[in-house]
Design a binder for this molecule. Structure first.
Ligand SMILES: Nc1ncnc2c1ncn2[C@@H]1O[C@H](COP(=O)(O)OP(=O)(O)O)[C@@H](O)[C@H]1O
Ligand SMILES: Cc1ncsc1CCOP(=O)(O)O
Ligand SMILES: [Mg+2]
Length: 262
């Protein structure tokens, strides 16, 4: 695993264009800014081409899109493919809302993305695998998460990150599992969105998207684990800001020391 991509990220300070949701946009912007990227958000169709040309990567979060935003998202994805800029998609709640699932599958069928990052309920829905998702959360199911993630990666010829207590990263063949974790991630809305946008930062500096996704997951998970272990009162409200602080502080040595993957 290329953990020193963290240094590359900070040297290059990539412009990370994010189409976020109104719930978590500020945590996403501050999280990836603290990490060493340069976030920019936009919801305006008329500046789509300029945004894509300027950006090193595009992260599209489908957390709370409107019909108008969907048109902008389509335009942005078209330009991203045209200008060869990597796209990360976060398919929020596609396992729970049929409308979202249909729109997301349409986008993924028409455009080429670098990485899909969702919880296992979202990944299963896109892969067409049986699972009971619960709103924005993964929910429950008995299908094999690794086979499910691989199926989705092969369906859309991209890297898939299926997050959860264990995070699964696959290009459809090879699989890496990351075991760093904390229950506090589940209590902080936006953890998943921040992870997706962190992956967006790394695909902006590394053309091997499988490698980029691995580094992003390990950096993000270790940051959260380090924070959780350091808290005298491990509570949800203060976890988020401290996670942002740790994304600022974390270095290659710390990640190498605590990273737990195979
Ligand atoms: N059950 C869990 N226990 C510990 N960490 C988790 C758990 N679920 C998710 N995480 C961590 O939380 C982050 C967000 O993942 P997840 O909760 O699956 O996304 P989402 O918020 O989109 O549902 C990931 O870094 C993942 O490692
Ligand atoms: C609560 C909520 N509703 C629509 S988007 C959103 C945030 C989802 O964030 P995450 O998937 O990172 O928990
Ligand atoms: Mg999510």
């Amino acid at each position: 695993m290329k953990i020193d991509l963290l240094d590359t990220l900070r040297e290059k300070n990539p412009i990370a264009f994010n189409i976020s949701n109104f719930v978590t946009v500020q945590d996403v912007a501050n999280g990836i800014n603290a990490l060493g990227a340069s976030p920019i958000m936009s919801e305006e169709q008329n500046e789509a081409e300029a945004m894509v040309k300027m950006a090193n990567s595009i992260t599209i979060n489908l957390g709370a899109f409107t019909e108008q935003q969907l048109n902008q998202i389509e335009t942005v994805m078209t330009f991203a493919n045209q200008y060869h800029k990597p796209i990360v998609v976060d398919p929020v709640a596609v396992g729970a809302v049929q409308y979202r699932l249909e729109r997301c599958n349409e986008l993924l069928a028409q455009k080429q993305v670098a990485v899909i990052r969702g919880n296992i309920g979202e990944v299963a829905a896109l892969a067409g695998v049986d699972w009971n998702a619960k709103g924005i959360d993964a929910g429950e199911g008995s299908s094999d998460p690794v086979e499910t993630a691989k199926k989705l990666a092969n369906k859309y010829h991209c890297v898939v990150v299926a997050s959860g207590k264990t995070d699964i990263i696959t290009n459809g063949e090879a699989v890496i599992r990351v075991f760093n974790e904390s229950d506090l991630f589940k209590l902080y809305v936006g953890s998943g969105d921040m992870l997706s946008s962190t992956i967006g930062c790394f695909v902006g500096v590394e053309e091997d998207y499988f490698e980029a996704a691995q580094t992003a997951v390990v950096v993000f998970d270790v940051a959260g684990e380090v924070v959780a272990k350091s808290m005298s009162k491990p509570l949800a409200g203060s976890f988020g800001p401290q996670l942002i602080d740790e994304l600022h502080l974390i270095d290659v040595k710390t990640v190498e020391k605590y990273a737990n993957f195979e």
